[in-house]
Design a protein around this ligand. Structure first.
Ligand code: NG1
Ligand code: ZN
Length: 541
């Protein structure tokens, strides 16, 4: 049975704070860092059970609150293939986190053990890592206490980005298979990316440096460590916002979320960057990236041009489609693209003319799942979280056709390049570093400046507003978040407004990560879009 005595003894140091209701949602549990210790202790128990349930495979736990402010923190569980925790386990996480007594906690665990026929004799291994937040080390201690109490083996990944932790989980579990994902170490991750990048750029040397805003977060560390594995002739990187030890600096006036939501440079960049330069921003745990550049003087607000997740999807989907055609396997490989309702209508129109496009509910797990139905599934959220999935059969087809004996014609070089991309792309989850290298490969191979990439299509003017409401649970949606079911009648009101504007589109949904409702609006004409956004926001309050 469960070692209840040991767990009870240890849990005394991790009492649940009064009056707080935790929720395990799309981004795991996320709240203020100083109230999360009990949750970390308890979710360590659940993670151990998850490992047992998966036959002793390694599972992961990541301590981070991503792009949220520095005092926040969070916890996310990772399944053996490096993916998010299966969603049918999420309610158990929520219930365990909220249990008022040890007895209640044990009742939740016993129910889970029974429902999933978990064999407690199976050993458990959990690898965990954390970002740079001041509250992170304490939370890691709580995880370790939970793992020790239930008798699970813990492996401390230390300070890592979220995608690095996902990589580690997958690498551990494929280590002794015919198709290992990579060496299960931090170094193995850097080597895999650096090797693949150098093969993918072949003999095209770096022309101009790339400036990276590291959000003053863990991405700064990873990027610096990574650079030791990559010669500067392959890629010149100028890393900015790398102050991980400055209190309050994380995500403050910088980072991918700031740039995307403000549609502006990180503060202070006006003095540090030049027109035409390639610029990009990571978020606080480096699982998102957006690019941007200035097409005029930095002092003019209109000079700022955002190259967001939608544009990365367009760039990458086009490039892979072209490679697949050149490789002569277009009939066998079906490429598709997955977006959410937040994708700009301009990008959806552009992509739909080239590949099948599907829209899913917000949340990475939905996009990831939908992308798996293609041989090559490109998924990106507009905010810059995304990756490309190659199915097992697509990978074997591509690699099986590469022949060392046949002449290095165009189809062979396209196949090799596809194979390089398979290694370069972190297929477990969105990865700012890996996505950055992917974008750099495509731009380099195409010989494109940011302005050329920008010219692929035109964005519709758009706006994303946060509206604070008394109870966001009153807002429920359908049709991939594009329509409200409740409050009653509100959707009809929105439809009426939307109909008045040229290419108007607007939708409302409750945030899964913050206590607010989000209002999105777009329209052909900037001023009309502003009007639409404000009117819909008014309807909501
Ligand atoms: P919520 O807070 O549910 O809107 C946000 C992002 C998601 C996703 C999650 C997870 C927007 C509009 N929403 O979710 O796309 O990234 O965080 O981190 O960007
Ligand atoms: Zn993130």
């Amino acid at each position: 049975g469960l070692p209840t005595l040991l767990i009870s003894e240890a849990s005394k140091s991790y009492p649940k704070p009064d009056g707080i209701k935790f929720t395990y949602g799309t981004a795991g549990v996320r709240t203020k860092g100083d109230v999360l210790e009990s949750t970390c202790f308890r979710l360590a128990l659940i993670s151990a059970l998850r490992s047992k349930r998966m036959g002793g495979k390694v599972v992961g736990m990541m301590v981070t609150a991503s792009h949220n402010p520095e005092p926040d923190n969070g916890l996310k569980a990772v399944d053996p293939r490096g993916e998010m925790l299966a969603s049918n386990w999420e309610p158990y996480c929520t219930e365990a986190a909220n249990a008022l007594t040890d007895e209640e906690l044990f009742a939740v665990l016993q129910r889970l053990i029974k429902a999933d026929s978990i064999n407690l004799q199976t050993p458990a291994v959990v690898v965990y890592a954390h970002d740079t937040r001041p509250s992170s080390p304490k939370l890691v201690k709580a995880i370790e206490a939970g793992l020790a109490a239930i008798g699970a083996e813990g492996r401390n990944g230390g300070l890592l980005t979220t995608p690095q932790l996902h990589y580690l989980v997958k690498a551990y579990n494929t280590q002794s298979t015919p198709d290992p994902y990579g060496e299960p170490t931090e170094e193995g991750y850097y080597k895999k990316l650096a090797d693949a990048f150098q093969r993918a750029i072949a003999d095209k040397p770096a022309t101009s440096p790339l400036t990276v805003d590291c959000a003053n977060g863990v991405g700064a560390i990873s990027l610096q460590r990574f650079q030791k594995y990559l010669p500067a002739s392959a890629l010149q990187v100028r890393a900015l916002r790398t102050s991980i030890d400055t209190a309050g600096a994380l995500n403050n006036g910088c980072g991918a979320d700031h740039v995307k939501t403000k549609q502006a440079l990180p503060s202070g960049f006006e003095k540090e960057v030049a027109e035409g330069e390639r610029l990009c921003s990571f978020d606080g745990d480096a699982d998102r990236i957006v690019y941007y550049y200035l097409n005029g003087h930095a002092s003019q607000k209109e000079s700022f041009r955002l190259l967001d997740g939608d544009r990365i999807a367009a760039l990458v989907a086009d490039y892979i489609s072209e490679l697949v055609k050149r490789a002569g396997i277009a009939d066998e490989i079906k490429i598709g693209c997955v977006q959410t309702a937040y994708a700009n209508g301009g990008s959806t129109k552009y992509l739909s003319q080239r590949v099948p496009v599907v829209c899913t509910s917000t949340g990475v797990k939905h996009l990831h799942h939908a992308a798996e139905s293609f041989d090559v599934g490109v998924y990106f959220e507009a905010n810059g979280h995304g990756t490309v999935l190659f199915s097992d059969s697509a990978q074997s087809l591509i690699r099986g056709k590469i022949s060392s004996s046949s002449p290095q014609g165009d189809s062979q070089s396209a196949l090799s390049q596809l194979s390089n991309l398979i290694d370069l792309i972190n297929q477990t989850v969105g990865d700012a570093l890996s996505d950055m290298l992917l974008v750099e490969v495509v731009l380099r191979q195409r010989d494109w400046e940011p302005a050329h990439w920008d010219s692929l299509y035109t964005d519709l003017p758009n706006k994303l507003l946060k509206v604070i409401v008394p109870d966001r649970a009153l807002f429920t949606t359908t049709d991939a978040d594009r329509k409200l079911v409740t409050p009653d009648g509100l959707q009809q009101e929105i439809d009426k407004l939307v109909g008045k504007y040229l290419e108007g589109r607007s939708f409302v949904r409750p945030s899964g990560t913050e206590d607010c409702v989000r209002v999105y609006a777009e329209a052909r004409i900037q001023q009309e879009m502003e009007e639409l956004a404000n009117k819909v926001a008014k309807l909501v309050t």
